[in-house]
Design a protein around this ligand. Structure first.
Ligand code: NAP
Length: 305
């Protein structure tokens, strides 16, 4: 079994930064990523709040640059899905491409889109149901669409969609948005947006393509139907921590609990980025987490030897 000093799980900004720092510290370092380098940010057409890029940069390009930089300094990468993490003399990471061992582990596996779990959602996913307005918004030019959720993502998505769609309904389960004030002001000033408050989706309608939504008002319990061609689900994120629940302590929502050094409840395992409790869920914050986690892993390995 291939042995490393550090294995980083996840190739988003937290994991790639951890990999860069670990490699530059001279540690034999492997990063396991199942998909594209960059994680969630590959869905962002333009990242405008990551320092150093005055005109912004696409998430895809930023992820690729971070990957290339880490590899330049000796980070090894493997494309595989992690299926388990077990503790022995060393930690063993099982993946779809075999198992790897290391004395220190950095978990930076991020999070993924939360689903509504209503009838029609899975069947019509990719056929009018989307979780990424920046990826799919242009498909709905001059159509009416709905965004589900009331957080920053929902409002950012609704504003993005208003550039393409004829009308954007924002359907929120409460009568107040969770999104920040600036976004709220922009949303309320955008005439293409219509808010449907205190309402949840019961079913996504349509055979081959989305035709509409069956809605329920949570205050009056009245049902209604809304005709839309697209539905953008923006109801938050779920941490990709299932594989690690037997190894490190999670909070009730499934996020990994760390201290300020990114150490988890298991000696030698660190967590960084969106997967950890209290993450700011920003690229810049994930990068900071990744650097801290790698430096803590380095210190741990020095003390261990
Ligand atoms: P979020 O802040 O957790 O908001 C999720 C929204 O979906 C909430 O309004 C929530 O309602 C609603 N919701 C949750 N489960 C639901 C369900 N089953 N059915 C219907 N509605 C449901 O998630 P997010 O908006 O994806 O943001 C995640 C993080 O990224 C946040 O920290 C956010 O600040 C950050 N972010 C920042 C920016 C930015 O700065 N521009 C952009 C995007 C995201 P309740 O309000 O009732 O809980």
């Amino acid at each position: 079994m291939a042995k490393y000093e550090v294995i980083t799980i996840g190739g988003g900004p937290a994991g790639l930064t951890a990999g860069l720092y670990a490699s530059r510290a001279g540690l034999r370092s492997l990063l396991v990523e199942r998909g594209m380098f960059g994680g969630q940010m590959v869905n962002a057409a333009l990242v405008e709040n990551y320092p150093g890029f005055i005109e912004g940069i696409s998430g895809l390009e930023l992820g690729s640059l971070m990957h290339q930089q880490a590899v330049k300094y000796g980070l090894e990468v493997v494309t595989a899905e992690v299926t388990g993490l077990a503790q022995g003399h060393l930690y063993s990471v099982s993946t779809t491409e075999g198992s790897f061992e290391a004395a220190a582990i950095i978990i930076a596996a991020g999070s993924e889109y939360r689903k509504l779990w209503v009838i029609g959602e899975e069947r019509l996913s990719g056929h009018g149901v989307s979780y990424c307005a920046t990826c799919d918004g242009f498909l709905f030019r001059d159509w009416e669409v709905a965004v589900i959720g009331g957080g920053d993502t929902a409002i950012t998505d609704a504003l993005e969609l208003s550039r393409h769609a004829k009308k954007v309904y924002v359907i929120h389960r409460r009568d107040q948005l969770r999104a920040g004030q600036v976004l709220q002001q922009q949303a309320f000033a955008q005439p293409k947006l219509e808010f449907i408050w205190s309402t949840v989706v019961e079913e996504i309608l349509g055979e081959q393509l989305v035709k509409g939504l069956r809605l329920r008002n949570v205050k009056t319990h009245n049902f209604s139907t809304l005709e839309v061609a697209g539905v953008f689900v923006a109801v938050g994120l779920t941490p990709n921590s299932q594989c690690f629940s037997n190894t490190v302590k999670l909070d009730d929502a499934g996020y990994i609990i760390t201290d300020e050094t990114m150490a988890t409840s298991a000696l030698g395992i660190f967590a960084a980025g969106d997967i950890r409790k209290n993450s700011a869920r920003q690229i810049a914050a994930a990068v900071g987490d990744g650097a801290t986690a790698a430096m803590s892993a380095f210190k741990y390995l020095q003390e261990r030897s």
